[in-house]
Design a protein around this ligand. Structure first.
Ligand code: ADQ
Length: 521
């Protein structure tokens, strides 16, 4: 008899799929922070992001290991390993470190990952640096990760590798003779072929992706781009199926390629936003903006998030629609990120200059157009901002998914907020029916969207927000894990309904997985 598994949010999930296989998660960063407390004392603090919330119970349930870089620690590898081992019992699964030296951080992490792949995969060719030393370091570090994986697995373990930093790990695992089933999930977009083809190591990277058993993308757009690159750069691959998971077979073997839009722990956000503490902070915030509507932006400092473009649109809205002056305030919260890459520093200066100019042009006694904060907020503060915002602007130039948009919907307890969303965010495919979709490059369209959101009738806002909240609730982060595991353990191609028809298993229903093979690839 199969056992169901309770998630922290209380839903029952189908983690029995392949349950006999332990799971090994591999990501650039470990889901913990190792901190120096001084005098030879070190502390391990657990991370709290969506990925760890979703994967920790699976790892605990079936046994598993998380492998990654613990961040900048000037400590020997054995010391960090011992430190993390002490933590194993407390968290219920193992953490194993991959230590990087300064040169590797420079060329693999800042270099190939964040100055080559990150901009290129977001279509920003001009930002991409193609340096041979970056690619060399990327390969060396991916090999290093593969070595740590190899020494921490048993033959039946399922290995799940995450994101653009580690695409080539599979090449080294296979070279080392590892036969385990290995899945990969790309958290960022996959670019169109004419952009992808600029990458000097395009074939090596593509061959690595094709060596996985299952590759997961955030949206149909990304998988379509990937398939087109495979068609154009490789010999006549056969594509089988057209649903959530398809099969690709070619000279390089066979793999499954699926669309798995990542999500959040909706119930947790929804209930935390209703807590007394968040309600109290949001009502204090509300009093600070009397008789005004609040338009909110919350982003990591990154040139893909479209922050200067958003500020330009807000300025355009104030110029075109002067009635908004004194009536609508923007709060822009930026979380510091990748500060030692100079493009990010330049972007911060540009954003701050624009905010100063807009405030200089429009401020009136008692009213400031843009309130700006450059810091990481604690969770309760962030939720209070989400809860109080009348309008949320999520306008990346391109984004794999964008969890901020989903977090806003989950925290909009009153159900009357308006989401202005970039059509280039992966989230747009899911939330287009409830959001106002915009092209972030079109300043006038965005300014009109702000005006429209400001004036939208309460009844229309409620209808739209209800659609958004239902949608985010229907496929949460636990469903994301479920659907990836189901695809990984299905026989052959498996029979997956189209994403629109996909209904994850919910509380009260028995978690039975039917896998109907439509033929072996
Ligand atoms: P990111 O590019 O980091 O993630 P996003 O999905 O928006 O983008 O996640 C950002 C996270 O940071 C959110 O959970 C948000 O709550 C948090 N955050 C933002 N500003 C904050 C602040 N000031 N203080 C505290 N927290 C803040 C990458 C891809 C995305 C993809 C995710 C997950 O680029 O496209 O959605 O991975 O796959």
């Amino acid at each position: 008899m199969k056992q169901n598994t309770m998630t922290p949010a209380g839903a029952i999930h189908a983690w029995n799929v392949g349950k006999q296989h332990k799971m090994v998660i591999v990501s650039n960063r470990l889901p913990v922070v190792v901190q120096d407390k001084g005098e030879g004392q070190w502390e391990v603090k657990s991370g709290s992001g969506g990925l760890v919330t979703a994967l920790a119970p699976v790892l605990r349930d079936r046994g598993g290991t998380w492998i990654g870089w613990p961040g900048h620690v000037d400590k020997d590898s054995q010391g960090v390993d011992d430190l993390l081992r002490k933590h194993d019992e407390e968290i219920g699964y193992s953490l194993r470190p991959v230590m990087l030296d300064d040169e590797e951080v420079e060329n693999y992490y800042k270099g190939f990952s964040n100055e080559t792949l990150w901009p290129l995969f977001h279509d920003l060719i001009d930002h991409s640096q193609f340096k041979p030393e970056y690619w060399d370091a990327y390969q060396r570090v991916n090999r290093k990760f593969a070595e740590v994986v190899k020494s921490n697995i048993e033959p039946e373990d399922f290995i799940w590798i995450h994101d653009y930093h580690l695409i080539s790990v599979i090449s080294y695992l296979r070279e080392m003779g590892v036969k385990n089933k290995v899945g990969f999930f790309l958290h960022i977009p996959f670019p169109p072929t004419d952009i992808y083809s600029r990458l000097p190591s395009r074939l090596e990277v593509l061959n690595a992706m094709l060596a996985y058993d299952l590759v997961g993308f955030q949206s149909a757009r990304d998988r379509r781009n990937f398939v087109q690159s495979v068609r154009s750069l490789k010999d006549k691959p056969k594509i089988k199926g057209k649903g959530q998971v398809i099969g690709i077979q070619g000279e390089m073997g066979k793999l499954k390629a699926g669309v798995f839009p990542i999500s959040i722990d909706y119930k947790e956000f929804n209930s935390a936003a209703q807590s007394a503490e968040v309600a109290q902070s949001s009502s204090v915030l509300r009093q600070l903006f009397p008789n005004q509507k609040i338009i909110l932006g919350v982003d990591r400092l990154d040139y893909t998030k479209g922050i200067p473009e958003r500020l330009r649109s807000f300025r355009e809205a104030l110029r075109r629609f002067p009635e908004l002056i004194g009536q609508l305030s923007m709060i822009q919260i930026l979380v510091p990120s990748r500060r030692d890459i100079h493009k990010y520093e330049d972007l911060k200066i540009e954003i701050e200059r624009m905010i100063a100019e807009i405030n200089g042009e429009f401020t009136r006694p008692g009213w400031l157009p843009i309130e700006y904060q450059f810091r990481s907020l604690d969770r309760k503060e962030l939720l209070a901002y989400y809860r109080v915002a009348d309008i949320m602007m999520v306008t990346p130039l391109k984004d794999g998914m964008n969890l901020v948009a989903k977090e806003y919907c989950a925290c909009n307890i009153e159900g009357n907020g308006v989401l202005i969303l970039s059509e280039f965010a992966g989230t747009a495919a899911q939330l287009k029916l409830g959001a106002i979709l915009v092209n972030p490059h079109d300043t006038v369209e965005c300014a009109e969207a702000i005006f429209m959101a400001f004036h939208m009738e309460e009844k229309d806002r409620k209808i739209k927000m209800q659609k958004l909240r239902r949608n985010v609730n229907r496929s949460d982060i636990f469903d994301w894990v479920d659907s990836f595991l189901k695809a990984a353990f299905s026989i052959g191609l498996g029979s997956f309904p189209l994403l629109a028809d996909y209904r994850p298993l919910k509380e009260g229903r028995e978690a039975v997985i039917r896998v109907e093979s439509t033929g072996t690839l």
